[in-house]
Design a protein around this ligand. Structure first.
Ligand SMILES: [Zn+2]
Length: 313
């Protein structure tokens, strides 16, 4: 039987519909596949305002638990663009004139070094209340670089993936030395695990992004409880900087040691490889109740750090 013209055109119509359906299914497939392969978009992405509000409320509560009742993190206008593995926002604030040479303050890199977080929250409050201290300066404060470790049931040094953020920077010696040194020198102690590859963690990328965006001339990173000052940075200004640090060490009655740097550490990445004056302040204790006493002791050093001028290179 010869098919009628009507039958042929209706068959052509259904043939075209089949093709359109196939193309639509294919496009849908292309949209769905990335979400199956790439981990949750929330990881690393910008947190919602609600997530940040909840986070700051939790931080306020934790401050009260630790006796840090003279600060209220939710009252500070934080910036946030990234989240950690546990979906905590990575917060920071920029104060003063961003056109000037920048000073970057980092705290809570190791989540169990509790007073380091207090010191920088308190410094952020202090500077917000004393605008004259920074009107001709640029200051960036990131008080809690590792919130996952800080908010863990028992606060811990590493992040949610078990990685030491201060061993995860993509330094030139990372591939050859980081894991080898961790196994040999640290006896594979989990507290110092550098990760499978450098720059794998949002907390590391966060600090790298701050360095890239603000091009700080000076970085002050606060840790505990080794109790000393250490610095890495431009060797051409070594004498000036060592003399300055000697004086600060005497004035604050806190020793100065050359501790060196590690594969993947901030001192290596920023100080050694990028010639940024990178001062590490190791507080004498990780006891959160010491927060206020440490702030009083080291506040003069913070302000002198801000006023320290390093010749432009
Ligand atoms: Zn530390």
């Amino acid at each position: 039987m010869i098919p009628s013209t009507k039958n042929i055109s209706s068959r052509r119509g259904s043939y075209h519909r089949d093709w359109i359906e196939t193309i639509l299914i294919f496009l849908l497939f292309l949209c769905v596949i990335p979400s199956l392969v790439i981990p949750s978009q929330a990881y690393g992405g910008r947190p919602s305002e609600r997530d940040v509000r909840n986070f700051l409320n939790s931080l306020d509560k934790r401050c009260v638990e630790y006796g840090w009742t003279d600060i209220a993190p939710r009252k500070i206008r934080w910036e946030f663009h990234r989240t950690t593995g546990s979906k905590n926002p990575l917060i920071f604030i920029q104060l003063g004139n961003s056109e000037k040479y920048c000073n970057l303050f980092l705290g809570g890199v190791h989540g169990d070094e509790l007073p380091t977080v207090y010191l920088l929250l308190r410094l952020a409050h202090h500077l917000e209340e004393n605008h004259h201290l920074f009107k001709d300066k640029c200051i960036v404060i990131a008080p809690l670089v590792n919130p996952d470790g800080f908010f863990a049931k028992t606060p811990k040094r590493v992040n949610a993936s078990g990685i030491d953020i201060n061993r995860n920077f993509p330094t030139k010696d990372w591939n050859t030395k980081a894991l080898r040194q961790w196994k040999r020198k640290c006896q594979a102690n989990k507290r110092y695990y550098p990760g499978k590859k450098p720059g794998s963690e949002q907390e590391t990328l966060f600090q790298m992004a701050l360095i890239k965006r603000y091009r700080p001339q000076k970085i002050l990173s606060i840790h505990s409880p080794l109790s000393f000052y250490d610095f890495d940075g431009p060797s051409s200004d070594l004498d000036t900087l060592e003399r300055w640090l000697d004086r600060i060490s005497r004035e604050t009655n806190h020793p100065f040691k050359k501790f060196g740097f590690f594969p993947g550490s901030l001192g290596n990445y920023a100080g050694h490889e990028r010639n940024i004056f990178t001062l590490t302040l190791e507080l004498p204790s990780s006891d959160p109740r010491m927060g206020t006493a440490f702030f009083q002791k080291f506040q003069p050093a913070f302000l002198k750090f801000l006023n320290l001028s390093i010749p432009a290179r």
